[in-house]
Write a protein that binds this ligand. Structure first.
Ligand SMILES: [Zn+2]
Length: 296
């Protein structure tokens, strides 16, 4: 009998808990005057996916400002204020937001739903380091999109079919782009390219390519003379004609390397910050097209 009462009590408590959280999530306090859900995304690609799925139901602010390198970002007071006035905080995960631990208690205190968009992705490692640039995979970004869609549905269930529709469209666009370039890259003999910042590991895995980079995985500045010589040898050996450079990187090293091996420097988008007002899919198409053309 005692056991039954305990089970009943737990059941009632569980129901109460569900009831409470429901009331909280229906609170309108963090919805903008225009009725849109106020969301803070940590970095540009996460904001892009959120906008693609949330459409006109969401107001998305990107925490890392345009033109700023996100690996060593830390939110200042202004950014922090924006963050805690949001209803949801969506981040990339995989260690991209090194400052996350510093704010997680405050997020909880302020009842902000935190969403780890990379939960469940097929993680790529370089030695024992996790590669955080998961959005550069047209396949893994779909896991991020699913996590974001699920969070939006949870927060705003009455618009479930709207979010589902946008999500399906985003998935289709990613798959279409993937299918367009998969056979193209398969036909190529040369599958090596050189970039300024080793952000393209996931893209390489999707398409069976190999990247060599001027700076390390975490954008930690210029290479040593030894590493530079290694890159020169690599470029000569693999007949590399193009050195890719992101707009956030220091172009000098790429230029030095290009000059040394008779290659040219061409722009590529890591998408770590918005460039040239391109959407996620536009920038990905540009990347694939540009990489493909440099290898043909
Ligand atoms: Zn990076």
């Amino acid at each position: 009998m005692k056991k039954i009462i305990t089970i009943l009590t737990i059941g009632v408590l569980a129901l109460l808990a569900v009831g409470c959280s429901k009331t909280d999530s229906n609170s309108e306090s963090k919805v903008n005057e225009n009725g849109k859900i106020k969301i803070t995304a940590s970095i540009f690609p996460v904001a892009e996916i959120t906008k693609a799925i949330g459409g006109d139901k969401v107001d998305v602010l990107t925490l890392v400002p345009k033109g700023q390198e996100p690996h060593h970002f830390e939110p200042n007071t202004g950014a922090f204020k924006e963050l805690i006035s949001s209803k949801m905080f969506i981040y990339n995960g995989l260690g991209m937001e090194e400052w996350l631990n510093d704010v997680s208690a405050k997020l909880k205190e302020n009842n902000i739903l935190s969403v780890d968009s990379s939960n469940g992705v097929d993680v790529l490692k370089d030695g024992d380091k996790i590669d955080p640039h998961v959005w550069l995979s047209l396949k893994q970004v779909q896991v991020q999109a699913k996590n974001i869609k699920d969070a939006l549905v949870k927060e705003d269930p009455k618009n479930e079919s709207y979010y589902n529709e946008n999500y399906e469209r985003f998935i289709k666009d990613c798959n279409d782009l993937y299918s367009e370039y998969k056979p193209k890259f398969e036909e190529l003999k040369n599958k090596n390219f050189v970039t300024c910042h080793a952000a393209f590991g996931y893209l390489c895995r999707d398409f069976g390519l190999t990247q060599e980079s001027v700076s390390s995985l975490y954008a930690d500045g210029e290479p040593t003379p030894g590493k530079l010589q290694e890159l020169v040898n690599y470029c000569k050996e693999h007949n590399v004609k193009v050195i890719f450079s992101g707009t956030l990187s220091e172009p000098k090293t790429s230029e030095t390397l290009a000059k040394e091996v008779g290659a040219k420097v061409v722009k590529i988008y890591t998408l770590e910050s918005q460039d040239d007002d391109k959407t996620y899919l536009e920038a990905m198409k540009y990347n694939l097209d540009t990489i493909y053309n440099s290898m043909k």
